[in-house]
Write a protein that binds this ligand. Structure first.
Ligand code: AMP
Ligand code: GLY
Length: 423
């Protein structure tokens, strides 16, 4: 088979690393890829959201399976376009991807189908939004409705900051069209977990549990990022919580999407807040998580290609997932300054030394090749992923890898996985 993976981050590197192990696969392309992916696949210089060019490429190359990593091409309808052209593609269709593309849509869906989530209001009018904030008081959360590259959620420190956020978004155009509407919701406390499941719209095949670390600094301080590290399994997801997520979240959501004429056949990511044995959904994503995919796929024993094909074809019957009895921890090495401004083009030292270590995978996120050297090219640069017999062992493996790699201004958290140890 010929496979095309769309995207160029750590998630896509992990997908390619895993897809490559399948005996079904002969050739892998990635658009646009990165310097690490280029060692395992043929990179094609087409942007992940250039649907026309991607479709031309897939037709010309007679790609047997296309796998979509990021959300933007999904919301642009890449899956529908490929299917109309008779191509097999893994990803949520445009109507299904609205579950991530519009927070007001996903909140209304949850309200309609009884999925537990924070109380909320949806507004296009700033005066009404501000009146709502005044009534509710802080702490409160302000979210731009549409896709905002992971930056659309604001957790203000007080009422005045909440009001300012609403003014920025609704009046100041801080997020463009994505901010023509805001969702304002109750602030939830607890411990977060990521719960991903493959589905064909009817059957649900959960992946192992995982946990992301969103804040940029140790101890969950500083602004939120796309994710500074992740581990799997996440002990906060006890068997009881696992069942609750399946029964209270995934089943009604997938049935609800079908009832709304938005059948969902792909991977669904539920970000949940867990407190005192109860769960509430923070968000849905219509794709694999980044960096959760890195530790998840490091632990997956089954060939992933038959699973992706089954979702793409809309029938998961007979498919099962087997996991290695190991834990995995991914530490993101980022550019200093991220999630704000940062430099690019800095040579990375020590990748060869890290490649010698056992039970370690260095997934590239924002990297590029310049004059034969791997250089930084993004905010999240590498996802150094260790496998171990326990989370503690996997932490040790991952940080041994991190210790080998260096560039000026590198930043990483030193406490990835600690929450699992505290339990
Ligand atoms: P979202 O993109 O909606 O998941 O939001 C990104 C991050 O913001 C989440 O992973 C949480 O850390 C935080 N967040 C979102 N909504 C809430 C909420 N209602 N209460 C507390 N934290 C939240
Ligand atoms: N790690 C969070 C996300 O993929 O949205």
């Amino acid at each position: 088979m010929k496979v095309l993976v769309i995207g160029g981050g750590g998630r896509e590197h992990a997908l390619i690393w895993k897809i490559r192990q399948s005996p079904l696969v002969k050739q892998i392309f990635c658009a646009p890829g990165n310097a690490g992916i280029a060692q395992q696949a043929e990179c094609v210089a087409i942007a992940a959201d250039d649907v026309d060019k991607l479709l031309d490429f897939a037709r010309q190359q007679q790609i047997d399976l296309t796998v979509v990593g990021p959300e933007l091409p999904l919301t642009l309808g890449i899956v529908d376009r490929f299917r109309e052209a008779g191509l097999t593609i893994f990803g949520a269709g445009q109507k299904a991807a609205l579950i991530e593309g519009s927070k007001s849509f996903s909140k209304d869906l949850m309200a309609k189908y009884g999925v537990p989530t924070a109380a909320y209001g949806t507004f296009t009018d700033a005066a009404q939004a501000i009146a709502f904030i005044r009534r509710q008081g802080a702490p409160i959360v302000v979210k731009a409705d549409g896709l905002a590259a992971g930056k659309g959620v604001i957790i203000p420190r007080n009422e005045e900051e909440a009001v300012a956020a609403v003014e920025d978004i609704l009046c100041g155009g801080a997020f463009g069209d994505a901010g023509s509407r805001v969702v304002i919701e109750e602030f939830l406390e607890g411990e977060e977990a990521s719960f991903l499941a493959f589905t064909d719209g009817r059957l649900i095949l959960p992946l192992a549990s995982s946990q992301d670390h969103k804040a940029v600094y140790d101890g969950d301080s500083g602004p939120n990022t796309g994710g500074m590290g992740a581990y799997s399994p996440a002990p906060v997801v006890t068997p009881d919580i696992h069942d609750k997520i399946l029964e209270q979240v995934l089943k009604p959501t997938i049935a609800g999407m079908a009832a709304e004429g938005r059948p969902y056949s792909s991977i669904l990511y539920a970000g949940v807040m867990i407190r005192d044995g109860e769960i509430k959904v923070l968000e849905f994503n219509a794709r694999f998580g980044d960096p959760e995919t890195q530790p998840l796929l490091a632990r997956l024993k089954s060939d992933i290609v038959p699973v992706l094909l089954a979702c793409a074809r809309g029938d998961l019957s007979g498919i099962e997932l087997e996991w290695h009895d190991k834990a995995a921890v991914c530490v993101v090495m980022a550019a200093g300054g991220y999630p704000g401004t940062y430099r690019k083009g800095i040579p990375i030292e020590g990748l060869d030394a890290a490649a010698m270590l056992e039970d370690l995978m260095v997934f590239h996120a924002g990297t590029d090749e310049k004059d034969g050297r791997v250089v930084t090219a993004g905010g999240r640069v590498l996802g150094v992923t260790g496998l171990g017999t326990t989370v503690a062992d996997a932490i040790d493996k991952a940080y041994r890898g991190v210790a080998k790699i260096h560039w000026p201004e590198v930043h990483f958290r030193r406490d990835i996985g600690q929450k699992a140890l505290n339990r």
